[in-house]
Write a protein that binds this ligand. Structure first.
Ligand code: BLA
Length: 720
């Protein structure tokens, strides 16, 4: 596109803003070749400086004066990227002569100085004060708020904003200082297109730009093209560069007459801008712009440091929290609840509006009910068996099922392939979460390009872009998610090998334990038909043996449920525990007349429990006391209520258990279970299941030993 092609809303991404073929008329420009001959100059050169120079000639050294000649000499002797300036009097007027070399052209820009030199030392002091104040700020918002205020004091602009780019390149005003009668733009969002890509790129190379008066008539360069190349001059580093008419229209519509912005570049990327507005024409002298630029550079370095600190701190906090979660997960049979239960869960690891853990088709949600959404997402992500991390800001659902949940940000990690184990974090559409102080209503004016070039037009454009999108997942978010994933994969692997070992032992034991009752049954069955007198006796025998097999098998089933991480299902109802315990004690006493049971049961102890499950624990504890207790000593069972809890204890005398064995009593498949001759009935997993039941009731089952007396206690809250 040649510089004269008109720019419109439709083609502004293509506008070659770095070679507009003209400058702003508050200064004048001369372009020289490597021999110091004039290549081109702005048409206003004469009007601004009183000098005239002819293309192809060398400017008159006497008119320019020694300082400018020296500057030119230095520039010609240097290579590209050189820049320097002098303060010089030309025909009785004071100028800042700002020079730089770019692509084999030496540019001289003449800016009439309006401020007396003396006052500049004051600005240096100002800058120094601002910089020293910046060091004390520990968060980015506070830092930028202070700096915008100070820049306004220093420069006198009507409005100074810190404008920050978000990952999608939209912008947000995150700090502001403004003249009291102007409306605030703080918190407002603008689409990426308000500062097109080529402008952002340019602002990394050249951090400063100034518009002295948006209503200016550009001063063209003549000739317009570099005679050596036939190309327009590249004014990327010029301070007088004529700016995009689209942008001038935008500012005009906002009621802004002059502007200046300085880039905040962090890690080589355009992080943000200090953007200044003035409601009447305004320029800033070169030395002042340099102070501003230094302030911005120091500020950029501080932002970089603070961001780094912030990321380190976020990662550290997440890592601590994750460690807690992993301990919780390791200690629990129910991985899903350990990760998604209360109060510590995965939602606190990453900023989100909801989260969920899915495994073996079971979903546990945090902050909402996400079963359907998770199912949709899993249907999609599981199509790729190698996908481990999935992220999107605009989850739309599938062609057959649109996502209507309002949550469109999904970050998901897979931790268990076979069982479809996923952790998901969810974010709502960002537009609902933005702290937006109301749409900007005030349109000062609408120019030729229509209402789009107004803050409200911008807001609407931004709204359109972000519809159906959440805030993006940051690198830190992804790092945290990946770390959790790795830890969970490891946990599941070690659990799998543990389970595998257990299974081996289980099979060995089952083979051994089921053989006995089976043999008894077949022997008894064989005798049934041959000896009728003994039938009753034999029937009893058969029913006892098959009852034992049934118990073994149901324990195995229960166990396999627990081991696959599904947990114990409890169905809580308001129950009179006193009556329940009493009846089990009675049944046991009838079934085992040789056993002495002393019961101390407080009346009317009630709690929200699953009575079948609770009975299972009591039966198991009484059974253990019977098998392992010293024969002919009583078993003591007590039930009481205390501070919102109920306590059930079973106490009996026994041969003392070694302390290291005491701790393993709740583990399944204790190697010594098989050693106890009187425990022919179990696999040694009864306590393991009982404890899981207690935990499923938000309680716990513990053991205590005092000499030759052993006590098992189940404590659990009265309320569900
Ligand atoms: C440049 N647009 C800019 C700049 C800002 C904005 C800060 C940097 C130049 C400067 O210092 O003034 C945008 N300024 C804003 C916004 C606010 C503000 C959002 O004060 C809100 C408070 N601009 C548009 C559209 C196009 C466009 C729709 O809004 C094109 C379709 C173009 N903006 C555009 C161009 C530039 C620009 C081309 C570069 C100007 C230049 O350096 O030549």
């Amino acid at each position: 596109m040649s510089p004269v092609t008109s720019v419109s809303l439709a083609n502004c991404e293509d506008e070659p803003i770095h070679r507009p073929g003209a400058i702003q008329p508050h200064g004048a420009l001369i372009a020289l070749d490597a021999e110091g001959r004039v290549l081109s100059r702005s048409t206003n050169l004469m009007a601004i400086t009183g000098l005239d120079v002819l293309p192809g000639t060398t400017p008159d050294g006497e008119l320019l004066g020694a300082d400018i000649l020296a500057l030119i000499g230095e520039g010609l002797a240097s290579s590209d990227h050189w820049a320097n300036s002098v303060e010089s009097v030309l025909l009785g007027r004071l100028f800042d002569v700002v020079a730089h070399r770019h692509l084999q052209v030496l540019y001289l820009e003449f800016e009439p100085r309006r401020t007396a030199s003396g006052s500049f030392s004051q600005f240096a002091l100002y800058a120094q004060r601002i910089i020293s104040q910046m060091q004390n700020r520990h968060d980015i918002d506070a830092l930028l708020s202070r700096v915008t205020q100070e820049i306004r004091n220093m420069t006198g602009y009507d409005r100074v904003m810190a404008y920050r780019f978000r990952p999608d390149l939209s912008g947000e005003v995150i700090a502001e200082a403004h003249r009291e009668d102007l409306e605030s733009y703080l918190g407002q969002r603008y689409p990426a297109s308000d500062i097109p890509a080529q402008a952002r790129l340019l602002y990394i190379q050249n951090p400063i730009r100034l518009i002295a008066d948006v209503a200016y008539a550009p001063a063209p360069l003549t000739p317009a093209l570099d005679p050596r190349t036939g190309q327009p001059f590249d004014l990327s580093f010029s301070t007088l560069r004529s700016v995009s008419p689209i942008h001038c229209e935008y500012l005009t519509n906002m009621g802004v007459r002059a502007s200046m912005s300085v880039s905040i570049v962090v890690g080589g990327k355009l992080w943000g801008l200090f953007s200044c507005h003035h409601m009447s024409p305004k320029t800033m002298a070169h030395p002042l712009r340099m102070s501003f630029q230094v302030i911005s550079q120091v500020c950029s370095a501080l932002v970089e440091r603070l961001e780094h600190n912030q990321a380190t701190q976020t990662l550290k906090q997440a890592s601590d929290q994750q460690q807690k979660l992993m301990t919780q997960a390791r200690d629990s049979e129910d991985l899903v609840s350990a990760l998604a239960g209360d109060p510590d869960n995965i939602a606190s690891l990453i900023p989100c509006d909801g989260a969920a853990v899915v495994m073996s088709g079971r979903t546990q949600s945090i902050g909402g009910h996400f079963d359907q959404l998770c199912r949709q997402v899993l249907e999609h992500v599981e199509q790729d068996p190698n996908l481990e991390v999935f992220q999107t800001e605009h989850w739309q659902g599938s062609p057959s099922e649109r996502n209507t949940s309002g949550y469109c940000g999904i970050l998901a990690v897979r931790f268990h392939r076979q069982e479809s184990g996923w952790v998901l974090w969810l974010r709502k559409e960002e537009i609902n979460n933005v702290r937006w102080g109301g749409k900007p209503e005030k349109i000062i004016k609408v120019g030729p390009s229509g209402a789009r070039l107004t803050p409200r037009g911008s807001f609407e454009a931004w709204e359109e872009v972000v519809r159906g999108r959440s805030a993006s997942w940051s690198d830190t978010d992804i790092t945290i998610a990946e770390k959790l994933r790795r830890d969970l994969v490891e946990l599941c692997l070690s659990r799998a090998s543990e389970i595998d070992g257990m299974r081996q032992r289980l099979i060995a034991m089952l083979g051994h334990d089921l053989r006995n009752p089976l043999q008894s049954i077949s022997m008894a069955a064989a005798m049934l038909s041959s000896n009728e007198t003994r039938d009753t006796e034999l029937r009893k025998h058969i029913s006892h043996s098959s009852g034992r097999m049934e118990r073994l098998i149901s324990q195995i089933l229960e166990m396999s449920r627990l081991q696959s991480g599904l947990g114990i299902m409890v169905n809580r109802v308001d129950t009179d525990l006193s009556v329940l315990v009493e009846s089990i004690v009675h049944e046991t006493a009838v079934a085992f007349p040789g056993l002495t049971i002393e019961a101390r049961i407080e009346p009317n102890v009630r709690a929200m429990i699953d009575p079948d499950r609770y009975a299972q624990v009591i039966t198991n504890l009484l059974g253990n006391a019977r098998y392992h207790g010293t024969p002919d000593t009583p078993v003591l069972i007590s039930l009481s209520a205390e501070q919102g809890n109920t306590r059930l204890s079973v106490l009996n005398q026994t041969t003392p258990v070694a302390p290291e064995r005491l701790a393993t009593l709740f583990q399944p498949f204790k190697p010594h279970s098989a050693e106890n001759l009187r425990n022919k009935n179990g696999l040694g997993i009864g306590l393991y299941i009982s404890q899981a039941i207690a935990v499923a009731h938000s309680g716990n089952l513990s053991v205590e030993q005092n000499g030759n007396v052993i006590t098992f206690s189940m404590v659990q809250p009265v309320e569900a």
